[in-house]
Design a protein around this ligand. Structure first.
Ligand code: HEM
Length: 453
């Protein structure tokens, strides 16, 4: 990475985000910005979050109609670190199951019923049963066994010249995910396309994305592609019909999965059909899209802080804390939703049973009561109690695997000069803190020759 790189055109430091003052916005309009996917196409509104953390740390956010996506009932947003952790750690009050975990409600009662079978959308004790079935593949020990292969793969990612870093970096998470799941390597791009469909439905560029080349796929992969539904703008892809090709693939793979894979653990675990399909769905998205955004987001953050990049180059032992700081500063997942199970009070607000409650990881990570000088990017920050992997029973199962991949990529990038060659383009999403394009030039750094002692 190049210390001389100019400050990136997409800047997530305060002062460039959603206008808070002098705009003539009413308070209501400002709150609407928290919800609107278009806000995040420009930048994460950190300044607005800071103001709401101070003035209205738990508040109502409206959900106006967005394109074909109908108006919603509104929700309670939670901005402070302590409240975010409390909500995530108290599933008996804040359920992942009642209304599932996305801001937008599923389109139909049948769609809700279907996604409720996903581990992500269950509460203890049902959740603990599902998590136990797949947990072994994600322990620190299991991840350590994979680290060498991940590092090797990361070393082969980059080549001299210009590229879209988003595209180049995305291959590591899909390769790793395919490896862990037991999906044949030739079919790994299918995982990428399914994740794009699910996450990108708020963004026309992603919704119908199809990067898998049919000729390269296994027969099982080709059969799945043949069943791909036509993209229907505005239709929530979190439904059985909209993901028919992915589920057909999951069932085909289940006929003879590799012995030590997550797929075979799922088959041994006694899952119902809906649980099986949803588990495959969960991994296809969670293990892929998050890093596809988090790795380029981490790079863009480093390029915007050349002093911190130079510090990391000087002292590569800071790689571990630097990855944590990248995750704090650029949380790949900005929020998650829960539903109140009873009437209760949070942050001085009366919340009614059945209300949606949305926690903002992106805001909690900048809470000055936990992070001194929270808008400063500090590769040596310790402690760093960020919530980018969540908290409580649903704490990211893939966190060790994600960290291993980020350490491998950024460890490798220390040997390269990276210069931005164009404007980064952000994803239109109020959920994933995404980059669609990050044009860069890569040049291998020559070893510094030291004068003889
Ligand atoms: C930097 C990358 C990642 C980030 C920021 C991230 C973030 C998160 C967050 C915030 C949650 C909690 C959801 C909730 O509270 O409802 C979660 C859950 C989960 N993540 Fe990750 N994730 C990442 C990478 C991965 C990877 C690589 C995998 C697997 C290969 C993975 C698998 C999962 C699974 C299975 C869950 C559900 C856990 C449960 O319901 O108990 N994640 N992730």
């Amino acid at each position: 990475m190049s210390e001389e790189t100019p400050r990136p055109p997409v800047d997530d430091t305060p002062g460039t985000a959603s206008p808070v003052d002098d705009t003539g916005h009413t308070q209501g309009d400002l709150r609407e910005d928290v919800f609107l996917p278009s806000t995040y196409e420009r930048a994460v509104p950190y300044e607005l979050f800071a103001r709401l953390r101070r003035e209205a740390p738990v508040c109502r956010i409206p959900e106006p109609a967005v394109g074909p996506w109908k108006e919603g009932p509104g929700y309670w947003a939670v901005f402070r670190h302590a409240d975010v952790k409390h909500v995530l750690r108290t599933p008996e009050d804040f359920s992942s199951h009642l209304g599932a975990t996305q801001i937008r409600d599923p389109d139909t009662p049948a769609d809700l019923e279907f996604v409720r079978a996903m581990m992500l959308n269950t509460d203890p004790p049902a959740h603990s049963r599902l998590r136990r079935i797949v947990a072994a593949a994600f322990t620190p020990r299991a991840v350590r066994a994979l680290e060498r292969e991940i590092a090797e793969r990361a070393r082969g990612l980059f080549a001299e010249g210009e590229c879209d870093f988003v595209e180049v970096a995305a291959d590591l998470p899909v390769w790793t995910l395919a490896h862990v799941m037991g999906v044949p390597d030739r079919d790994r791009r299918l995982l990428y396309d399914w994740a794009s469909r699910v996450i990108g439905y708020q963004d026309a560029d992603y919704a119908g994305l199809s990067t898998a080349e049919t000729d390269a796929l296994t027969p099982m992969g080709r059969q799945a592609v043949a069943r791909r539904p036509e993209p229907r703008p505005g239709v929530n892809p979190r439904s059985r019909a909209a993901l028919a090709d992915m589920f057909a693939y999951a069932h085909a793979l289940a006929v003879s999965p590799p012995g030590d894979s997550v797929m075979s653990a799922m088959l041994r675990g006694g899952l119902t059909e809906a649980e099986f399909e949803n588990m495959f769905f969960l991994f296809a998205v969670a293990g892929n899209e998050t890093l596809r955004n988090g790795i380029p987001g981490g790079l863009l953050t480093l390029l915007g802080h050349p002093g911190e990049l130079a510090r990391l180059r000087e002292d590569p032992s800071l790689l571990g804390p630097a990855v944590e700081e990248m995750l704090r500063f650029w949380p790949p997942v900005m929020d998650f939703r829960r539903t109140a199970t009873r009437d209760l009070t949070l942050g001085g607000q009366r919340i009614r049973r059945g209300d949606k409650v949305v926690v903002y990881h992106a805001s909690a990570n900048r809470d000055p009561s936990v992070f001194p000088d929270p808008d400063r990017f500090d590769v040596g920050r310790a402690p760093n109690d960020h919530v980018s992997f969540g908290a409580g029973p649903h704490l990211c199962l893939g966190a060790h695997l994600a960290r291993a991949q980020m350490r491998a990529v950024f460890g490798e990038l220390l040997s390269w000069d990276v210069t931005l060659t164009g404007a980064p383009r952000r994803l239109t999403s109020n959920f994933q803190n995404g980059l669609k394009h990050l044009p860069v030039r890569l040049r291998r750094r020559r070893a510094v020759s030291r004068p003889p002692a």
